[in-house]
Design a protein around this ligand. Structure first.
Ligand code: BDR
Ligand code: CA
Length: 311
């Protein structure tokens, strides 16, 4: 199985991504979960991550707390999307499984140094603060990463929190810049993809119909989550962003895109956080990211529903 670390700020869609990974032990060996401040403050994100592991019946997963604020800016959160807890929808509880003592950034560094080079994949579902901090503190680990698969950015589909920027990049553009300039192999799931992965009511019902704790928990989360997007975009169902990262590892053929250069805007107050994507290769800048643009959304939901049914 492929070794992965999930870096996350749950978030209902982060939670579904975590469940998908936990349901797929044959393909994915989850070394740990590093939490970051993003959708909600850090204390909520690591509480939520542990709750999700408990729902899935996996209290043995190692969950770490990482950075509580972006590298060079104050934190911006998204309770207006995810609710006060970040996981509004189902009835929540105080998780019993422990939080690891080690800082998430140190876990990332130690793991990449101790595992064989090129064997650990980083899956990022939130702002890139933890990864940026680790790459700055220990640049020797950059070459040891197999691939970094992220939910983040947008180009043709433009922004969801500013007209130009997607949330995960906007929260910590300096961390994103560190990652995009690092030379690490990046695969991006931008809004261009995730806005095609809609939690239609029939799809939410399919989760509920699993009749399991995980199925009902997922449906309860997504019934809440889609409200925001229905009001905003007028669609039946909201975009299920973060699980695209895990689905890509399980079934890459669901996605297509181009290997191109992507740079992060960090200066302009108007377009800060923008992922400037050279889709038509009009510059001679070196390609640094696989920028996904299309997805087989039916295939995606078949995979997700089947996998969640295993938990
Ligand atoms: C991203 O922002 C968060 O609100 C979601 O969890 C997702 O990672 C989408 O822009
Ligand atoms: Ca997220």
């Amino acid at each position: 199985a492929r070794k992965i670390i999930i870096d996350t700020d749950p978030g209902q869609d982060d939670a579904v991504a975590l469940l998908l990974a936990l349901a797929s032990p044959e393909e994915l060996d989850l070394l740990g979960v590093t939490c970051v401040a993003g959708n909600v403050p850090l204390a909520r994100t690591h509480t939520n991550a542990r709750m999700v592991c408990e729902v899935a019946g996996h209290p043995e997963v190692k969950v770490f707390a990482g950075c509580e604020a972006p590298l060079e800016r104050p934190l911006m959160t998204a309770e207006f999307v995810h609710g006060r807890t970040g996981l509004d929808g189902p009835d929540l509880w105080e998780p019993e499984m422990p939080l690891q003592d080690q800082h998430g950034v140190d876990f990332l560094i130690d793991t990449l140094r101790s595992e064989a080079p090129g064997t650990v994949t980083l899956c990022t579902l939130g702002p890139l603060t933890n990864i940026g901090a680790a790459f700055r503190k220990a640049p020797d680990i950059i070459d040891r990463v197999q691939e970094l698969v992220m939910m983040g950015g947008a180009y043709f589909e433009v922004g969801n929190v500013s007209p130009a920027a997607e949330f995960n990049i906007l929260v910590d553009p300096e961390a994103a810049e560190t990652v995009f300039k690092s030379g690490v192999a990046i695969t991006m799931m931008p809004l261009d993809v995730t806005h095609k992965v809609l939690t239609l009511s029939s799809r939410r019902q399919a989760f509920r119909d699993l009749g399991t704790k995980v199925g009902v928990f997922t449906a309860d989360m997504l019934d809440f989550f889609e409200r925001f997007d229905v009001e905003k975009y007028g669609s039946d169902g909201g975009p299920l962003h973060d699980p695209c990262v895990i689905a890509y590892l399980l079934k890459p053929a669901l996605f297509s895109g181009r290997h191109i250069n992507v740079e992060i805007e960090t200066q302009s107050s108007l377009t800060v956080g923008m992922t400037v994507a050279d889709w038509w290769r009009v510059t001679d800048r070196t390609p640094n990211a696989m920028f996904m643009r299309d997805v087989d959304d039916t295939g995606f939901f078949e995979l997700l529903t089947e996998r969640l049914g295993r938990l």
